[in-house]
Design a protein around this ligand. Structure first.
Ligand code: HEM
Length: 321
């Protein structure tokens, strides 16, 4: 049948390595107090694969995928005994010029597909199933913009790890064996001042980002007086090892409301790596030399989750005996 690719099965829940998509929904929820909402959450975790198949099988070419992340407070309710080593609520940052706020969120659903209707349908089914066990605190529908550009006009995602490097950067390993295969997820919703950005000449924009605009070539700014976004977001430890994260940022917006945004999402093996990136961006390196991208982009949310492996998710889905 036209449009169908029969050589693929629906993509499993928690497939962090699933391909970057044309459409995405970022849904952040808070779970109501009490045991009954918790049971509803467990049953949704238990049935997530089936829900993905219910929607995704209708066109396998749409490559529907869904990752659920759990915040620290909800994690402690689901399993008071064991928590991923670094999991904690997003720590707000107060910089000299710009702040990264910490905002609530117990669950994140990161839904991706080649078709916006598939993201929509899965989100609808999830929210119907969760019912009044949850409250929606944020919902963003993102879209791929030309050749993977953000709304500032730059190609976004180039330096992501690829293929075999993805697990090394994005998945917890033996250092926290009970949670191996899971990933720390940090999200931030940014709104851009596009008029101010467009008033900046291209050479300065390129110096701020650290890549050329049209052809996406990396700019060596080691000797520059002020570090670019790319350099501030590069984390090298004392041994000289570079620590990457896996990003799947999406543009979103509404020209009619003059809303132009980037939804930042980063998956990381170690939460400290994302935290250090944020420190360098907001506080600056050296302190005060913050990321000038922030002069045109304001963070409105900031929330941390842990996306468990499928095996850990199956355990969380069990009612305690
Ligand atoms: C690189 C855009 C926020 C981490 C980049 C690049 C662009 C970009 C255009 C260069 C191409 C690439 O390698 O992807 C944005 C925008 C943001 C944003 C528009 C929000 C307004 C963040 C945040 C983090 C981050 C909050 C981390 C906490 C990175 C990393 C790189 C990068 C790790 C690659 C650095 C390297 O070359 O190794 N970003 N970014 N970005 N960004 Fe961002």
């Amino acid at each position: 049948m036209a449009g169908q690719t029969w050589d693929r099965v629906p993509i499993d829940a928690q497939s962090i390595e699933a391909p970057l998509s044309s459409s995405a929904v970022f849904l952040v929820l808070c779970v109501a107090d009490g045991p009954s909402p918790l049971s509803t959450v467990r049953s949704v975790l238990d049935g997530l694969d089936d829900l993905i198949k219910t929607v995704g099988f209708r066109d396998l070419g749409a490559k529907l995928s869904c990752i659920v992340g759990i915040g620290a407070n909800l994690w402690d309710r689901l399993d008071p005994l064991k928590r991923p080593a670094e999991l904690k609520p997003f720590a707000s940052i107060t910089g000299t010029a710009h702040n990264a706020p910490s905002t609530p969120g117990d669950m994140l659903f990161h839904i991706r597909a080649e078709r916006a209707d598939f993201c929509f349908e899965l989100e609808k089914l999830l929210l119907t199933t969760l019912g009044d066990a949850v409250r929606v605190v944020d919902e963003v529908s993102g879209f791929r913009y030309f050749d993977a550009r953000d709304l500032l006009g730059f190609v976004d995602g180039t330096a992501n790890p690829a293929g075999r490097d993805i697990p090394t950067s994005a998945l917890v390993g033996d250092e926290d064996g009970d949670f191996a295969g899971g990933s720390y997820v940090v999200v931030q919703k940014y709104l851009h001042d596009l008029a101010a950005w467009n008033a900046v000449d291209t050479a300065k924009q390129e110096a701020i980002i650290g890549r050329t605009k049209v052809d996406n070539i990396e700019i060596d700014d080691d000797a520059a007086p002020r570090k670019s976004h790319k350099s501030l977001a590069t984390i090298v430890d004392a041994d000289g090892t570079e620590h990457d994260i896996l990003r799947d940022n999406m543009p979103f917006g509404s020209p009619g409301r003059s809303e132009y945004g980037t939804y930042f999402i980063g998956y990381s093996r170690h939460l400290w790596v994302v935290e250090r990136m944020l420190q360098r961006m907001f506080v600056g390196e050296p302190a005060g030399a913050y990321d000038r991208l922030l002069d045109f982009s304001t963070a409105h949310t900031g929330t941390t989750f842990f996306a468990p492996s499928r095996a850990t998710m199956a355990k969380l889905a069990q009612e305690p005996s």
